[in-house]
Design a protein around this ligand. Structure first.
Ligand SMILES: [Cu+2]
Length: 69
């Protein structure tokens, strides 16, 4: 079953940041779809809640160098 989470991310300033965040999230098994809005500082993630938790999504974005609220 697929779940949806919107992350508030600060520190993204350009298209390169957007790609970094997308790439980081997509490395996680269970992530199905990622939509990053740099201007809004937001990432919408669709993922399989049976395979990973929302906390894991936040951790991988933090590790990529951005702050997640
Ligand atoms: Cu950037």
């Amino acid at each position: 079953m697929s779940d949806k989470l919107t992350l508030s991310i600060s520190g993204m300033t350009c298209n390169h940041c957007k790609m970094r965040v997308e790439k980081a999230l997509k490395t996680l098994e269970g992530v199905e779809n990622v939509k990053v809005d740099v201007a809004a500082g937001r990432a919408e993630v669709e993922y399989d809640a049976a395979k990973l938790s929302g906390d894991e999504l936040k951790t991988v974005v933090t590790e990529a160098g951005y702050d997640v609220q």
